[in-house]
Design a protein around this ligand. Structure first.
Ligand code: FES
Length: 117
């Protein structure tokens, strides 16, 4: 199985890290303490990723969980809107999502099916 993590946020999170301290980055996207693990990954195929700070510095952690440079942001969040639009075209809006608002990033036009019976 190749599970996709949930989107924990749509922009990187700046954290002032302490030199020598370990941080546990949430890889599943479910944590309510983004970007760090709160144990919500239990029952998923994901585990938190340990990262140790070499020096005290403001550090930008990935929140979207699509980075190729875990746990740091690599700009992958910029492609999330395109990923959403494709998902809506293929699968429709998620159950209970309601009508999307203009400006929310979701397509707001009704799209006719390409194949009619
Ligand atoms: S809560 Fe997401 S990895 Fe632990």
């Amino acid at each position: 199985m190749n599970a996709q993590p949930e989107i924990g946020g749509r922009a990187p999170l700046a954290i002032d890290v302490e030199a020598g301290k370990s941080y546990w980055w949430c890889a599943c996207g479910r944590s309510k303490s983004q970007p760090f693990c709160d144990g919500s990954h239990k029952g998923t195929p994901f585990s938190p990723v340990e990262w140790k700070a070499d020096q005290a510095a403001r550090t930008w952690f990935c929140a979207c969980k699509r980075t190729g440079n875990r746990p740091m942001c690599d700009g992958s969040h910029k492609s999330l809107r395109r990923e959403q639009a494709v998902a809506v075209l293929i699968y429709g809006l998620p159950a209970g999502a309601g009508a999307p608002e203009v400006g929310s990033g979701w397509p707001t036009k009704t799209i006719s099916p390409l194949i009619k019976s």
